[in-house]
Design a protein around this ligand. Sequence first.
Ligand code: ZN
Length: 146
Amino acid sequence: MIPAEAIADVKARHDLAGFIESCGIALKRHGEAYLGLCPFHEDRRPSLSISPAKQSWCCLGACSAGGKVLGGDVVEFARRYWGVGFREALQRLGGATSMAPPVPRRAPLRVVDGRKSVRPPVAADLLGQVATVYHQLRRQATVGST
Ligand code: ZN
């Protein structure tokens, strides 16, 4: 079970349009939205629509046929783009925060019974710390720019 906070946290840390551009998809401003070529079907005219305000995307082209609209949030996009499961996408997004300060990737090895083994689980704790620092940085950046 993935806690809702973890999902909200990952979403808060990734700007959807920025993430999609980092996947190599060029986006053009179109009013309130961004448009780009949909990577999920053979797209010749941009039908991938991104709403920065809602942090959501949808395909206005072939993916959304028959009354169904293909779209979602940054996790849903990553999941489809990478062809992985929800949990895997979430984990990868958690590890791909370019604005997060460098953090130690590994906890020191503990010596158990004279053998090197067992890394203590740090991922969840680390994620929380990174999120806190990131939010502080972002708040500072917002204050500075006004
Ligand atoms: Zn599409």
